[in-house]
Design a protein around this ligand. Structure first.
Ligand code: DX5
Ligand code: ZN
Length: 232
């Protein structure tokens, strides 16, 4: 995985057809997404349950771009190796998911995967400040984690701006996740984000039998984001 700051659209398969992940991933990649975002939830750290390492391993052969695994589980440390072995290219954890986030990020990198830190809406930028040299990605949650289809929390724009300044020239992606649409994409890009996760914003209205809608949704978000980038 090489680093650049071009706008990347990462559809969350949380909004895909759970009976057909392989087909859904092939469809979004054929329709132009950059990464595939996988939301892992444990019914404990967040009030929803999704899937674990076996599912990641099963979908891995269908992902030709980047498998971006967002772990909303606590404790997180005991599961890092399993997600890496399942083929995650990026593993992102929340600082609230264990007492020693520095060690968690080291453990992720030790597997060969890229390491990300995810900040909940109430988590301050300082939670990442002294960990940036261990991070390949900082994820700003623009909704409370747990569910797709929630409303974008605008107060997070200030956090994105602060993190963008903090990151400076370091090769660290600034990712946003939650409520991303063609209306909110320009706001987060103007604030400094480069990787946009979108679940309902990509999957709404489409299906594996009607994948062009995924393409239209991806392009609508990307075009809005790139216009904001060009104007910045
Ligand atoms: C929320 C997840 C998100 C979610 C985004 O806990 O981390 O990735 O799927 O969904 P939308 O784009 O529908 O807000
Ligand atoms: Zn996510």
């Amino acid at each position: 995985m090489s680093f650049d700051r071009s706008i990347k659209i990462a559809p969350s398969i949380l909004s895909a057809d759970f009976a057909n992940f392989g087909g859904e991933i092939r469809a979004i990649e054929a329709q132009g997404c950059d990464w595939v975002h996988v939301d892992v939830m444990d019914g404990h750290f967040v009030p929803n349950l999704t899937f674990g390492p076996p599912l990641c391993q099963a979908i891995r052969p269908h992902v030709t771009t980047v498998m971006d695994v967002h772990l909303m589980i606590a404790p997180v440390d005991p599961y890092i190796d399993a997600f890496a072995e399942a083929g995650a290219d990026i593993i992102t954890a929340h600082p609230e998911a264990g007492p020693h986030t520095h060690r968690t990020l080291q453990a992720i990198r030790a597997t060969g995967a890229k390491a990300g830190i995810a900040l909940n809406p109430g988590t301050p930028v300082e939670a990442a400040e002294y960990l940036l040299d261990l991070c390949d990605l900082v994820l700003v949650m623009t909704v409370n984690p747990g569910f797709g289809g929630q409303k974008f929390i605008a107060s997070q724009l200030d956090k994105i701006r602060k993190l963008r300044a903090m990151i400076g020239d370091r090769p660290i992606h600034l990712q946003v996740d939650g409520g991303i649409t063609p209306e909110t994409a320009p706001l987060v890009v103007e604030a400094g984000a480069d990787v946009l996760v979108a679940g309902s914003g990509v999957f709404k209205g489409g299906s594996v039998d009607n994948p062009e809608v995924y393409g239209e949704n991806i392009r609508a978000i990307r075009n809005a984001a790139e216009r904001a980038r060009a104007a910045a």
